[in-house]
Design a protein around this ligand. Structure first.
Ligand SMILES: [Zn+2]
Length: 290
């Protein structure tokens, strides 16, 4: 398999701007790209930057209910918010579809052998469930990617490692009864942060029992404890589960300077975390990561 990596980016991602006084601003994507550029990452010969196509309704409907998809399209047309912190407009919808399209492009590229790893810039809308959105999220790009790969690339086993500071209630809900998706989430103690769920005892149901793994961590956890938890939980479970791919739902909000959370990770912590994911993927799924 090629050592190449894909990164998806579209200048219209910046339309995912939830407002002047909202913590989720559209400039984050370009800021990230500018930073990568300044570090010389964008000119690495192994990196392919791909401009994604928007996800289709068919892609969305593999995960989301038809009524919900229609609701979001209607809200966009009418320029009305989904809830008090999740505005919707034509611009936001267009950007959301491009981000989801980017996730699909990443997964497809990895399974077509174009690259071993792929980064979907702007992805990780893990608060969106089958028939609900919220927490700045409209469509669950992680689940849509999983269902795309299942339908088109014959992929069977998925490990989602969610290291956003918040619990990914949407992703967890979607796969709560599904043993083909092992969902592991490290997040800040839900008693102290949105969405208020993601407890240890929420382990999955029926066939999915045991395939939902929540690791709530106290505020000010810091790098050492965080990495310890990853080593103790994620690594052995990945080895036992043997996924075809690891999908890492990142979130910069675990960083100490982020206003939304208090886990207190540093850039070094994120680096160690990504190395650990990469090394684990090398051992369990031929290095395939999105
Ligand atoms: Zn978050």
């Amino acid at each position: 398999m090629s050592e190449k990596a894909i990164m998806t980016f579209h200048e219209k991602f910046k339309q995912y701007d939830l407002g002047k006084d909202h913590p989720f601003k559209g400039d984050r994507f370009e800021n990230a790209m500018r930073f990568f550029e300044s570090q010389g990452l964008l000119s690495l010969p192994e990196l392919m930057i791909v401009k994604p196509e928007p996800a289709s309704k068919e892609d969305l409907l593999r995960v989301h209910d038809r009524e919900y998809v229609h609701l979001i399209f209607r809200l966009a047309k009418e320029n009305r918010p989904y809830d008090f912190e999740t505005p919707v407009s034509q611009e936001i919808l267009e950007a959301a579809l491009l981000v989801v399209g980017g996730a699909i492009e990443c997964g497809e590229g990895v399974f077509e052998g174009k690259a071993k790893r792929a980064v979907s810039i702007g992805g990780g809308y893990h608060h969106a469930g089958r028939n609900y959105g919220g927490g700045f999220c409209l469509f669950n790009d992680v689940a849509i990617l999983i269902e795309f790969l299942r339908a088109n690339c014959g992929v069977k086993r998925f490990l989602v490692l969610d290291y956003d500071v918040h619990f990914g209630n949407g992703t967890s809900d979607i796969y709560y009864r599904d043993p083909s998706v092992l969902y592991i989430s490290l997040h800040q103690d839900p008693r102290t942060i949105y969405p208020g769920t993601g407890f240890v005892w929420q382990t999955g149901e029926s066939d999915g029992e045991g395939y939902n793994v929540n690791v709530p961590l106290p505020p000010r956890t810091g790098d050492a404890t965080y990495l310890h938890a990853l080593n103790e939980v994620f690594v052995p479970m990945a080895e036992e589960f043997k996924p075809d791919i690891i999908i890492a739902n990142g979130g910069s909000d675990s960083h100490f300077a982020d206003m939304l959370g208090n886990l207190g990770l540093t850039v070094n912590g994120f680096f160690e975390l990504s190395q650990l994911i990469r090394k684990t993927a090398e051992r369990v799924c031929e290095g395939r990561i999105v």
